[in-house]
Design a protein around this ligand. Structure first.
Ligand code: PLP
Length: 454
């Protein structure tokens, strides 16, 4: 490794960071992370902090998961790559698909299509949805519905269903035929409704209205995160996803659950859809499927959709999508080991318990810092957020410098958090302890005080 001076000198000079302004990365050089152990990371200056971001919602089992590391190493030695495009496959991807079928059986999902990550998976699921309708002779079903505030990655189809201007405006025009429904976001919504159950009904009514306006016979699928994540952690009322499921089924619209964050235990259930008692037609998974140790994803496909493809005799079901790294044997090895560890540790239960503790701690912080904390969101496992404001009465968003102070002071107090717009987002590894959660809340207490100080 190059020495610290070289790295700091060249930090952000010759690379552009995703989701950042190049000039900002130069003016405010990113922290250089060099080590990880358990739920902690260490920067180049030797500061060790709890990673309350969990990598990027993906390092669910922490940084020291030996079975995954060993599986990757062994597979690299044996067969570092082979493609699974038509005509060839590899042993581990077969074993993994069998394990995933077992894991997702309660969700009614039984076939896997492998990808290199979440954006790839979203693209595949949306494309397969259109293809499904074409095979069935409903070629006019091409449109997509999604939620405002939703995040579905940055490929052009995914960006087109994204519900946040940040990921859209500079890349327009996006794909035609994508329409957005209000999110069940109690703190800010066009209905002026703060009751979660009533708001869920209003959003469902808006969905019905949009479907009628578009004509159901033109709509292929609705894609949604069971709990909106990157858009600021927006926990819906329990009735929301079941309501979407019912409406989509009634209109012949496929429901795609984007489980890139919520899959594999984060919400306190093994999948977000299961948390709400919903069986989607497809689910997109990635991130924690390999604990972030290898770029990998799996789109899971339900029986009814699978049967339409598999029974086709016209040739229309031939899949014209896929990636060089679909079913990568090293990724498959990582995913098999990761799934075993995920199940052995039963991490969904710790996610539920520690999530409840974290959410309660954040509510305490709102009481202690009423001038800056506008909204506290959580309640579904280890996905929580604080929405910070400049003025709680007008809900005017906090300014960038103040939230940057919160971030820095929290880091200096021993915890890495993620700032996204006015939100402080918390998505720690699912294996963290009660003491770790207490440390996160204590560090944020210091951070929020710094945010208020001029
Ligand atoms: C819900 C959701 N879908 C899709 C994606 C895109 O995944 P990736 O960044 O692996 O392409 C993300 C990434 O955060 C996500 O949160």
């Amino acid at each position: 490794m190059k020495d610290a001076n070289f790295l700091k000198e060249n930090n952000a000079r010759h690379l552009w960071h995703p989701m950042a302004h190049p000039a900002d990365s130069l003016a405010n050089p990113p922290d250089i992370i060099v080590d990880g152990e358990g739920v902690r990371i260490r920067d180049i200056d030797g500061n060790t902090v709890i990673d309350a971001v969990g990598g990027l919602w993906n390092v669910n089992l922490g940084y020291s998961c030996d079975p995954i590391k060993q599986a990757i190493t062994a597979q690299l030695d044996r067969l570092p790559y082979y493609s699974i495009f038509r005509g060839t496959t590899n042993d581990l991807v077969i074993e993994l698909s069998w394990m995933l079928r077992e894991f997702f059986a309660p969700d009614g999902l039984s076939r896997a299509f492998f990808t290199s990550g979440g954006s790839d998976g979203v693209e595949i699921a949306l494309r397969l949805a259109r293809q499904y309708h074409k095979i069935r002779g409903e070629a006019g079903r091409v449109k997509f519905l999604s939620l405002k505030k939703g995040y579905h990655g940055t490929h052009t189809l995914g960006a087109s269903v994204n519900g946040n201007a940040n990921f859209r405006t500079q890349y327009e025009p996006l794909m035609p035929g994508c329409y957005h429904i209000p999110a069940p976001y109690t703190y800010r919504n066009p209905f002026g409704e703060s009751d979660p159950a009533r708001l869920a009904q209003l959003c469902l009514a808006a969905l019905e209205d949009e479907i009628a306006f578009q004509d159901p016979a033109t709509i292929a699928a609705m894609i949604m995160e069971p709990v909106l994540g990157a858009g600021g952690v927006i926990p819906p009322h329990e009735s929301f996803m079941p309501g979407v499921r019912e409406i989509c089924a009634r209109h012949g619209i496929l429901l795609i659950a984007d489980e890139v964050i919520t899959g594999y235990g984060r919400t306190g259930a093994w999948t977000g859809a299961r948390r709400f008692g919903v069986q989607p037609d497809m689910a997109v998974t990635a991130k924690a499927i390999t604990n972030g140790y290898f770029p990998f994803g799996a789109v899971m496909i339900g029986d009814a959709v699978a049967e339409v493809f598999e029974a086709d005799t016209t040739g229309r079901a031939a899949i014209g999508s896929g990636y060089t790294y679909s079913g990568h044997p090293v990724g498959a090895a990582a995913a098999i080991a990761c799934l075993r560890e995920t199940l052995r540790l039963g991490v969904k239960d710790n996610a539920a318990d520690r999530g409840a503790q974290l959410y309660a701690g954040l509510q305490g912080l709102k009481a202690a810092h009423p001038g800056i904390v506008g909204d506290v969101r959580g309640g579904y496992g280890l996905m929580c957020a604080l929405e910070l404001v400049a003025d709680p009465d007008s809900k005017a968003p906090i300014d960038k410098r103040a939230i940057a102070r919160v971030h820095r002071a929290t880091y200096e107090a021993g915890v890495m958090v993620r700032v996204s717009g006015p939100n402080v987002i918390l998505s720690p590894p699912l294996v963290l302890t009660e003491a770790d959660v207490a440390a996160i809340v204590a560090a944020l207490d210091i951070g929020l005080a710094a945010g208020v100080a001029a």
